[in-house]
Structures are given as C-alpha cells and as structure tokens.
Design a protein around this ligand. Structure first.
Ligand SMILES: C[S@@+](CC[C@H](N)C(=O)[O-])C[C@H]1O[C@@H](n2cnc3c(N)ncnc32)[C@H](O)[C@@H]1O
Length: 327
C-alpha cells in the first residue's frame, strides 16, 4: 500500500519552475524532434534513445516530477516502447509523457507491470489498485511459510488485480481458490489476469464484499489472505497525487481507524476457515499494536471480530512505506 512521496515543488519554486518549464519544454521539443529525425534516418539506436530519454525527462521534470522519478519513468517508457511493435511510436511516446506529466502512474500508462512472484506481467487498469512491492513480500512470506506442505483451498478477500491469489495458485499448483471483490473493475481484471496466467480453471471469481460472500459460503478454506483497504480515512488527503487522484478510494480507505474492512475480513475468515486455517493480512503500520491492546473499547468491533480466531493461525504483514515503483 502506498507511502507518501513529496511530489509537488514548494511554492517559492513555482515562478522559477514556470520559466524553466517554458525554456526546457522548447529545448525538450527540439531534442524530441531530433530524436525522431535521427531514428528516421536510421542513425544508431543508442543515440536516438539517449535523445528521446533526455527529451522526455525534460518534459517530465518541467511538469513537476522529481529528477529521479522522471528518469525512472523514461526508462520504463523506453523499455515498453522497444517491446511494442507500434509503427506510430512517436505519438504513443508523446502521449505517455503527457499523461505522466499530469501525475498518472506509469503502471496505468503502460497497462501491465511485473509482480515478481509471477513469471508474466499483470495487466493493470485504472482505478484498480496497482500491486505494490510490499504485497510481493507478503506473498513471498506465505509461500515460504508453507514450504513443501501446500494449502488445498484458499480465498483472497479483496482480490483487486488478482496479484495475490494468482501468485499463490502459481506457487501451489494443486490448490484451488476463490477471489472476492465488491468492485466490478477489480473482478474483471482478476478474470483477465487469471486467463493470462493460465489458472482460470482453478479460480472462482466472486463479485461481492467479503461479508456477503462469507454468509453464503461453507467452512472449506485452509488459507485466507487479504490486503484490504486499511488506510485511516484522515490520511487519504495526504497521499501522493498519483495514488489519491488515480486509484480507487474503495481500495484504500479503511474507515476512521483503517480497521473497518479488516474487521469484516476477520469475521468472514472465522466463518469460512477450517480449524487450523492460516490467515495472512496486510495491514497499516499502526494496526499490530492495536491488535495487542485487545481490551480497548474504541476498537471493540475489531476485537469482537477476533473472538474465536484462536482456532486459526493469524499473521499480519505490515508494509514499510515505500515508493510505488523504483528506478
Ligand atoms: C488494497 S486493494 C488490494 C488489491 C490486491 N489484493 C492487491 O494486493 O494488489 C483492496 C481491495 O479490496 C476490495 N474491497 C473493498 N472493500 C471490500 C470488502 N468489504 N470486502 C472485500 N473486498 C473489499 C477493493 O475493491 C480492492 O480491490
């Protein structure tokens, strides 16, 4: 889940930035045209690439992105441009640069992104949450915990792109799974990614909240996993702009203390988990301490939902605050 990145230039730099923008945009355009021309003339690919990269970086920096962010975006853009066989690459590239300049996440612009437990990239589409590196860590941890003794039936509550459930199906080839999400966009993307990963025959995708799904399901799961919306509502306005403006708030906002959906997920887990089932959750960095102070009235709904969970083996994974993507 997202960390905060200082993104916008401080106000005192604004005038200087505007002047710089005009100057550098003109310079950038010239280099961009030069890059196109040099490609047209079939000059060395390395020179063309360097010129494109410089042009795009100038645009992106002028649009307010930090130097290293702009450089990282350009790297991903070029890599994808090289892989795509589009004839009209100049238009595509320019469109990407413009969208990135407005703060759109690189992942949405490119349309697919690696999630390292999987050998293929996952499709990513707005506004479904972009899978994060800390969730890769959660998946790694689960796979390591199971070792050679794999789970048989698992459920992912809040599947989003399908990153978690698809990675687990890939790691546990004899397992079957259910993916549950109340967002139509997420359900469609989980389906599309399941087909891409070739595991659709082992996955049921359900369009429902975890509560509604669990109320109609039987006690049949030995692994329950969830990366629910867990950011406390008051933190949402302070999130970096590409998270706040582009990703579904229903995937981020966990209510006043970030625990609303977590409590629901725990109640659902209690309902569908077999004795000895394991539950893995990604939670906010403030949550593990709250779970320990289980007598506090302010979190009574959470603690009520934990009753009976001693039958299950619960593990929380707290993400470190990280960038969404790195150079
Ligand atoms: C933080 S995203 C996680 C997406 C994906 N599992 C991942 O790790 O990238 C949370 C997901 O939970 C879904 N969600 C929100 N409320 C829910 C609920 N009550 N029950 C189940 N899923 C919910 C959202 O639609 C969103 O797709």
């Amino acid at each position: 889940m997202p960390g905060q990145l200082p993104r916008n230039p401080p106000p005192q730099r604004l005038t200087a930035s505007c002047i710089l923008f005009v100057l550098s945009a003109r310079r950038g355009l010239r280099s961009f045209r030069a890059a196109c021309k040099s490609l047209g003339e079939k000059r060395s690919e390395a020179i063309a690439e360097a010129a494109e990269a410089q042009a795009a970086r100038v645009f992106l920096e002028a649009a307010g992105l930090q130097k290293e962010e702009a450089a990282a975006s350009v790297r991903w853009f070029l890599e994808n441009l090289r892989r795509s066989s589009t004839a009209d690459w100049r238009k595509v590239f320019k469109n990407w640069v413009q969208r990135r300049g407005k703060g759109e996440p690189v992942q949405y612009i490119l349309g697919s992104w690696p999630f390292h437990p999987l050998p293929m990239e996952l499709l990513v589409r707005p506004p479904v949450l972009i899978p994060r590196p800390e969730t890769e860590e959660l998946v790694d941890r689960i796979i390591k915990h199971y070792g050679n003794c794999h789970p048989r039936r698992l459920v992912d509550l809040g599947s989003g792109s399908g990153a978690i459930v698809l990675s687990l199906l890939h790691a546990f080839p004899m397992a079957t799974a259910v993916a549950v999400d109340p967002s139509e966009d997420a359900v469609a993307l989980t389906h599309a990614n399941a087909a891409r990963c070739g595991v659709e025959n082992r996955l049921e995708v359900r369009h429902a909240s975890s509560k509604d799904w669990a109320s109609m399901s039987s006690r049949a799961f030995d692994l329950i996993v969830s990366n629910p919306p867990y950011i406390p509502s008051h933190e949402i306005p302070g999130l970096q702009v590409d998270v706040r403006e582009f990703e579904d708030h229903g995937a981020l906002d966990g209510g006043p203390d970030g625990l609303s959906v977590i409590a629901e997920v725990l109640r659902s887990a209690r309902r569908v988990g077999l004795p000895g089932a394991r539950i893995y959750l990604e939670v906010h960095h403030t949550h593990p301490a709250l779970f320990e102070r289980s007598d506090e009235e302010s979190h009574s709904s959470l603690f009520a939902s934990m009753e009976g969970l001693d039958l299950l083996d619960t593990e929380m994974h707290t993400p470190c605050m990280r960038r969404l993507w790195t150079a």
